[in-house]
Design a protein around this ligand. Structure first.
Ligand SMILES: Nc1nc2c(ncn2[C@@H]2O[C@H](COP(=O)(O)OP(=O)(O)O)[C@@H](O)[C@H]2O)c(=O)[nH]1
Ligand SMILES: [Mg+2]
Length: 320
C-alpha cells in the first residue's frame, strides 16, 4: 500500500478523526482537490467527466485531526448500470461521512458575474441536512476579479447553510490549508482510525490500473474513455532491490473499433499510453516498473453485473 512521509503536523497527537465525503458534479476538481490535500498525485485526474469511478480514501493528518477524505464519482445523469453504481457509491459516501465537502467550480470562461450551475443547485437539495457541509469553490485561478464570485456565493448560501465557504484553486494548491483547517474542526473527537503511515485504503495494484485508465482518458477522444476498464493480471514485486516491479494489465473495451483506436498506428498509441502509465506508477512506488498491456473486447460490459463485479466496479454496500 502506498505511503509517504506526511505534513509537519503529523506528529501532533490525533484528537479528532472521521471521514469527509468530497462530492460535486463531474469535473469540478474533486480528485485534484484530494491530491492537493495529500500533496501527492494519488487519484487519477483528467479533463473528461467521470474519471473517478469508485470512492477513494485518502488520509491527511492536520491540526490534531485525522481526516479521511473520500473522493467520489461525480453525481451525474446515469445512462448505464456502471453510471448508476457510480451514483450509488457517491450517495453511500454521503451517508457514511461525518462531514461533507461540497465542491463547485467556476466555469472556464468567465464573463461578468458567476451564477451557480443548475446542477449544483439540484445537488444541494440532495445533501444531508444533519451533517456539516463545507462549500469549496474551486478553480478561482480562472478569474482575476474575485468580486465576480460574489453572486455565486450568495446564491449557493441562500440554498442552504454551510459550515464554511472556502474559495480554492486545487490545481494551483491555493487555499488547501484553509479547507483542512475548516474540516479538522468539524470532525468528531476520538482516536486515530488508521496507522500513522496509512495513506489510502486501496492497494498499489489498484493505482496501477487507475493510471493506465488515466493515460487512456488523456490520450483518447469522446467515445472510447467510458468504454474502458482496466484489470491487473499480474503484479509481481521485486525480491531484490535491483529488480523491477512486473505488472501485466488488461484493457477491456466494448468493440473491435475501440481496440483498434487504442492500439493506434503500428501500436504507437498503446506504447505512448503505456509509457505514461508506467511513469506514474514508478513515481508512486519510487522504483522501476515493467508494464505489459493487453487489450480485450468484452461486449457491453458496462451493463453486465458479472463484468462490473470482475472489474471491481460494483458499489461496496447495498442501499436504495
Ligand atoms: N483551472 C483549474 N482547473 C482545475 C482545477 N482543479 C481541477 N482542474 C481541472 O479540472 C479537470 C477535472 O478535474 P478532476 O479532479 O478530475 O475533477 P473531478 O471529476 O471532480 O474529480 C481536470 O482537467 C483538472 O486539471 C483548478 O483549481 N483550476
Ligand atoms: Mg474525480
Amino acid at each position: 500500500m502506498p505511503s509517504k512521509p506526511s505534513r509537519k503536523q503529523a506528529h501532533q497527537a490525533v484528537v479528532r478523526a472521521g471521514t469527509v465525503a468530497i462530492v460535486g458534479r463531474s469535473n469540478v476538481g474533486k480528485s485534484t482537490l484530494l491530491n492537493a490535500a495529500l500533496e501527492l498525485r494519488l487519484a487519477a485526474v483528467s479533463r473528461r467527466p467521470q474519471t473517478t469511478r469508485m470512492p477513494l480514501l485518502g488520509i491527511v493528518r492536520h491540526g490534531g485531526a485525522e481526516i479521511g477524505f473520500l473522493d467520489t464519482p461525480g453525481l451525474h445523469k446515469a445512462d448505464s448500470k456502471l453510471g448508476r453504481e457510480m451514483n450509488r457509491s457517491a450517495r453511500d459516501a454521503l451517508r457514511d461521512a461525518d462531514v461533507v465537502l461540497f465542491v463547485v467550480a467556476l466555469p472556464p470562461h468567465v464573463k461578468g458575474d458567476v451564477r451557480p450551475h443548475p446542477g449544483d443547485l439540484a445537488l444541494i437539495e440532495q445533501l444531508p441536512t444533519d451533517k456539516p457541509v463545507v462549500l469549496v469553490v474551486n478553480k478561482i485561478d480562472v478569474i482575476r476579479d474575485k468580486g465576480q464570485m460574489l453572486p455565486l456565493l450568495a446564491a449557493l448560501s441562500a440554498a442552504r447553510q454551510f459550515a464554511a465557504v472556502v474559495p480554492v484553486s486545487a490545481l494551483a494548491e491555493d487555499g488547501i490549508g484553509s479547507v483542512l483547517d475548516e474540516v479538522a474542526k468539524l470532525l468528531p473527537e476520538g482516536p486515530a482510525r488508521h496507522d500513522e503511515d496509512t495513506l489510502t485504503d486501496r492497494p498499489m495494484r489498484h493505482f496501477a490500473a487507475e493510471y493506465v485508465r488515466e493515460a487512456i482518458l488523456r490520450a483518447t477522444a469522446q467515445e472510447v474513455p467510458h468504454a474502458v476498464a482496466v484489470t491487473i493480471d499480474e503484479y509481481a514485486e521485486p525480491s531484490t532491490e535491483k529488480e523491477v516491479t512486473r505488472i501485466s494489465a488488461t484493457i477491456h473495451v466494448e468493440r473491435e473499433g475501440q481496440k483498434r483506436i487504442l492500439i493506434g498506428e503500428k501500436g504507437a498509441m498503446l506504447k505512448r499510453m503505456g509509457t505514461e502509465a508506467r511513469e506514474r506508477i514508478e513515481e508512486l512506488i519510487g522504483g522501476r516498473v515493467h508494464l505489459a498491456l493487453w487489450i480485450r473486447v468484452t461486449a457491453d460490459w458496462r451493463e453486465r453485473p458479472d463484468a462490473l463485479a470482475d472489474f471491481g466496479l460494483l458499489a461496496r454496500t447495498e442501499s436504495p
